[in-house]
Design a protein around this ligand. Structure first.
Ligand SMILES: Cc1cc2nc3c(=O)[nH]c(=O)nc-3n(C[C@H](O)[C@H](O)[C@H](O)COP(=O)(O)O)c2cc1C
Length: 348
């Protein structure tokens, strides 16, 4: 039986402010004192994302490793790919603390961090020093909260980070900063994509992926996705956190402002994924994120049209043993349904 130290660490970590607990977790990962998960993935879990082979389709979502401090450790924690960031051009402090709240009764978190991060130069020097991880690698890009030209921020970041990753995510869906959602205007999104299309990438062009908000109505969603496809985006991530508050939330902090993630986001983000799949009709890979806390959740996302799945909030409640459990359960579900591989489900 595999010993899971998170069973003992969790009560202590959850007695702390969530951000302090997170900082301790990052320090422990940096120091190499977090035991790895069992190694080796069942071959049925292998798939390909943006031309890169993944040994499994489970990824670490943006926001966990905002400053690229521990990404190289995530393969040992069982992930098939990892997304660092959101990184902005200049360092920024984000919103005043407290700004992250656990809703344990709901398996959820509310955050209004507003992209605190050390900025692009600090991230780039870490990436240069540590190199790529041995797993799939994405970098999540965002504009500075007080930027006069958010599109210019994205273009500059994309040029800067192109040589370092398999894919770059345009986070055009952050609910927590003044200009986090300006690109939910399809005209402005089209302008951003045109400016990116004009970049001379040379050999280093990574896949460009857009991350969408679940807080758009169907008509706007269709316009945004059509705009993305028209500009030859390489992939779409569905979805970011939501400002919505389901009526049945039980957590005492449910009234806090910010983006809700975790279990209550599973239903809405999976329905949105199915809709995006319908609009895109398989034209680009979709990465599904939102409330994944079991193999069945991940399987539902894959069956709804995702090529790969990410998670963050599930780790706060389950630790990285959750990644191992999800993979084990996924293998059982694939066998049950006679599916030969993840890649085959994604291609359906
Ligand atoms: C504390 C926290 C910080 C986050 N920061 C970012 C971020 O910087 N960029 C981003 O695109 N998404 C960010 N997210 C959103 C996650 O990547 C993910 O889309 C969302 O949490 C839903 O997945 P989950 O339910 O598995 O957490 C953050 C989420 C949390 C909880």
């Amino acid at each position: 039986m595999f010993f899971d130290p998170y069973v003992f660490a969790k009560p202590f970590l959850h007695s702390l402010d969530p951000e302090d607990a997170h900082e301790l977790t990052l320090c422990a990962l940096e120091l190499g004192v977090v035991p790895g998960q069992p190694r080796g993935d069942d071959p049925v879990l292998a798939t390909t994302l943006f031309g890169r082979r993944l040994s499994n389709p489970i990824g670490l979502a943006a926001g966990f490793d905002k400053n690229a401090r521990v990404y190289e450790r995530m393969g040992a924690q069982g992930f098939g790919f990892v997304e660092v960031g959101g990184v902005t051009p200049l360092p920024q402090r984000g919103n005043p603390r407290p700004r992250v709240f656990r809703l344990p009764e709901d398996g959820a978190v509310i955050n209004r961090m507003g992209f605190p991060n050390e900025g692009a130069a600090a991230m780039e020097s870490r990436l240069r020093r540590k190199g790529r991880p041995g797993i799939g690698f994405g970098i999540n890009l965002a504009s500075n909260a007080d930027s006069a030209d958010p599109a210019d921020d994205f273009v500059g970041l994309a040029r800067r980070f192109a040589p370092y990753a398999d894919y770059l995510t345009l986070d055009v869906s952050c609910p927590n900063t003044a200009n986090g959602q300006v690109f939910q205007d399809p005209a402005r999104l089209a302008d951003l994509l045109a400016r990116l299309a004009a970049v001379e990438w040379g050999a280093a062009r990574p896949a460009l992926v857009a991350k969408l908000s679940p807080d758009v109505d169907d008509a706007l969603l269709e316009r945004l996705v059509t705009t993305l496809l028209g500009a030859r985006i390489d992939g779409i991530i569905v979805a970011n956190t939501t400002r919505a508050r389901p009526a049945d939330l039980r957590g005492a902090r449910a009234h806090e402002a910010g983006g809700l993630s975790g279990t209550p986001l599973f239903g809405p983000s999976t329905a949105m994924l199915a809709r995006v799949r319908e609009i895109t009709a398989g034209a680009v890979p979709l990465i599904a994120v939102g409330g994944v806390a079991s193999g069945a959740d991940a399987y539902a996302k894959l069956c709804a049209g995702a090529s790969a799945v990410q998670l963050y909030t599930g780790l706060i409640y389950g630790g990285t043993a959750l990644v191992t459990r999800i993979k084990r359960e996924l293998v059982a579900l694939l066998r049950r349904d006679g599916s030969p591989s993840i890649a085959e489900i994604a291609a359906r």
